[in-house]
Design a protein. Sequence first.
Length: 135
Amino acid sequence: VVKNEVGLVLPADFVPGSYTVIYEDEKYCGVKHSFMIESGLTDKDVIFKDNTIEIKKDCGLTGKNYIDNISTVFVNGEKVNGRGLNKIIFDENMQLNHDAEIEDNDKKTLVFADGKNEVTLESTGFPSITFSFEK
């Protein structure tokens, strides 16, 4: 982030998400401001296809950007609790992991049930999407 006579200028490579800027100078010490950069996409621009997330609109953003910002996951109407859900339900190749497990107190729980699963993803700075798949 660069300060100029107009204000703060964000680098062009910033992707949607939540950010915090801390400003300090000889007069101010540790002034914090949090903000969100929105993608400007609609729910029709973000799709689940071929077992991954795709951005249909040519805007310089990718399915990886979406997956990296996943903040909330619902499966069959139930909120899934856990940290780093994006890395649990999607593998390193950005493919949905149908056998994803959440570990809590040495107990492993499958995220997805056998049969049809309806999944809703919320991703900071992006529209939410809902899709179904058969496990």
